[in-house]
Design a protein around this ligand. Structure first.
Ligand SMILES: C[S@@+](CC[C@H](N)C(=O)[O-])C[C@H]1O[C@@H](n2cnc3c(N)ncnc32)[C@H](O)[C@@H]1O
Length: 357
């Protein structure tokens, strides 16, 4: 799976022609409407305010796809921050440097006063206060497959000599009790990513948006291949030419985050999170500004798609440092001296009651 997705030549995510806008194998939420990025930007602004509105603020986006989300966030931050935007930086970090560079080219014209950059491949190297966001990145980690039989777990894998579907018993105390017939997919790298950010993000928000059941996969295998918006028949067919992904194991990710020292501020469906971040308030003027009736209908449908078209998507909001402390207790009323150009902050915990204005 690692090779099929990330081989420097021929890996799925290293292909230069990959798109996430509906013209390829699947589309992601940023392709639906700029509102998605605007709502995420509102969440970032709320975190920044709770951190005391520092003059310098660094945002890292992991796996930025084609740069659409970055562009939408950058434009919205620029509008809302006014002159304070000059203290912000926004970095695009991808496993594949070609992907990050493509996203950079796409977002560059939309950054305004915010400094857009490309950090080393795996993200910022030094500890910093700020925010890290990842939309549909954890599901792109290679995973191992396990099946429970006779009271123990077996790993199912591909062996060049023995063939497809080879199994071996495993001794992994981190796996749950083996219920007969249950299947499990474990992406160790996804939990590792969360742990690695706990060391670097000394003060701020780690925002993870992805698909997976809130309580796990219910014992059913979820690894699938996608090509042209259809589930493939064979996971091993045409490696590098079809997407491979499995549900994110959120219970495992949440446990890893807690162990790493993050405070879990919220865990809820993507529709709930977007609504809480002010999607409704953002959508109304956007729909009203449609230049003609057909576009108005299209915008209505886009909002519907964002709220109901991503049913298995969850959002995990993790805080560290000053943000964790501010998120753990009701926030004090906003200070009048906040450098933001967007009026007083709403106050309250970031997980609830945040509005666009
Ligand atoms: C499904 S795409 C993301 C789409 C994009 N975020 C969007 O919203 O349209 C997954 C991306 O995550 C990248 N990726 C995988 N592991 C990563 C890691 N450890 N750090 C940064 N990016 C990673 C992949 O190379 C790929 O470009």
């Amino acid at each position: 799976m690692e090779i099929a997705l990330y081989a420097p030549e021929g890996g799925y995510y290293t292909r230069p022609d990959l798109t996430f806008d509906g013209g390829g194998d699947f589309y992601t939420a940023p392709a639906v409407a700029p509102l998605f990025g605007w709502a995420v930007a509102e969440r970032l602004l709320a975190a920044w305010r709770l951190q005391g509105a520092p003059r310098r603020y660094r945002i890292v986006e992991l796996g930025p796809g084609d740069g659409t989300l970055a562009g939408d966030i950058l434009e919205h931050l620029g509008r809302r921050l006014g002159p304070a935007a000059g203290g912000f930086s926004y970095e695009l970090a991808d496993r594949s440097s070609a992907r990050a560079e493509a996203a950079y080219r796409r977002a560059a014209g939309r950054a305004g006063a915010i400094a857009l950059g490309l950090p080393p491949r795996t993200g910022a190297a030094t500890p910093f206060p700020g925010a890290v966001i990842a939309n549909e990145v954890l599901d792109a980690f290679p995973c191992r497959r396990f099946v429970a039989r006779g009271g123990r777990w077996f790993e199912r894998y591909v062996d060049v000599a023995a063939g497809v579907g080879t199994e071996r018993p495993v001794d992994r105390p981190d796996l749950p009790a083996p219920e007969e017939g249950a299947e499990l997919e474990v992406a160790d790298g996804a939990a590792g990513l969360v742990r690695s950010w706990a060391d670097r993000l000394t003060d701020g928000l780690l925002l993870l948006l992805d698909y997976g059941g809130p309580a796990g996969n219910g014992g059913r295998a979820t690894l699938q291949s996608l090509r042209g918006h259809r589930a493939g028949r064979d996971l091993l067919e045409d490696p590098g030419r079809q997407d491979l992904s499995a549900w994110v194991d959120f219970p495992r990710i949440r446990a890893a985050a807690r162990r790493a020292g993050f405070l879990e501020v919220a865990f809820r469906s993507q529709a709930e999170a977007l609504t809480d971040w002010g999607l409704g308030d953002l959508a109304r003027p956007w729909i009203a500004a449609a230049p003609e009736p057909v576009e108005r209908v299209r915008r209505h449908l886009a909002v519907k798609n964002l709220l109901f078209g991503f049913p298995n998507f969850q959002v995990l909001e993790l805080a560290a440092g000053a943000l964790a402390r501010a998120s753990a207790v009701p926030a004090p009323p906003a200070r009048a001296a906040d450098p933001g150009a967007d009026g007083p902050a709403g106050g309250g915990r970031p997980a609830t009651g945040m509005r666009a204005r």
